[in-house]
Design a protein. Sequence first.
Length: 317
Amino acid sequence: MSDLLIREKYVDIIIPIYYKESYIKELIKNINGLRKDFFNIIIVDDGSTDNSYNLLLNCISESCNKSIYLFRKKNGGVSSARNFGLSHSKSKYIWFCDSDDNFSSESINNFISETAHGKQYDLLTFGYEYIKDGNITIKNIYSDSIEKFKSVDYMLNFCYFSNYNDMSTVWNKLYLGSLARKIKFNEELNHSEDRIYNYEFLSKSRDVLRVPLVIYSYFAFNPGSLTISKDLSKFSDIFISDQLTINILKEYKNVGRECQISRFIYTKNIYSISPKDCLKSYFFSSKKLGISLLPKYKKIKTFYILVVSMVRGFYGQ
């Protein structure tokens, strides 16, 4: 479907699809609850070879919802699909959703109705449910009232390396479209790409509005036992994202603490799959982050545990 047919509304929802046929009927049902005067839905099939695309065509046809735009492209990963969606988007705000999650149509409709005629913020963020093994945890709500921030303050206060991380998710945020379309997801990363997008967006934006509403439901799936090669790829992506994150943060603050946390996490991750490579990963990460091999730790016990773990790993114990 041509992007010329997409007219500007208030929000474009970009949803990548890849081998998700079992979720499509529920997805379309959710979409049909959205106000058609507020939302466009841009669905990008990222080269699925199951029945996802045909099922989408049928469901969209049956729903008669002219706000849904379906595209199909060669497989390139979720970042590639989101970038494709961004290139076709037209509306004031962008919302990235996953096809196997859920959202409250009523809540987002009400939220947009209340904010559409007020001050325009570069980023709108809200709460979400984190659901794993049937257990629900509410995330990203720290106050009962609406809060306003400068973008830099939000980036620093809710940093990835803090206890109040709001940098790792994109589906609990609405991004100002004129800026969001200038920033691309890193297609070389399979993990932590959302975090980098958020940091790049916030470093170029002005302000953030956070509302104490739970709108989105994120379903965390247990990936089972991954292969060592996949684990290594994941840990490598996380560490690369750490370096990119730190490069942005150092424009605003001293990043010594963040470097130490990144090294500790990377070394611990490598130890979890290959103890004999633990010491090598410690030296590698220290060099990449440009920090001393023997920093001053406030909690010497933490450093002691790390050293013992590395020695055990080195000797294969």
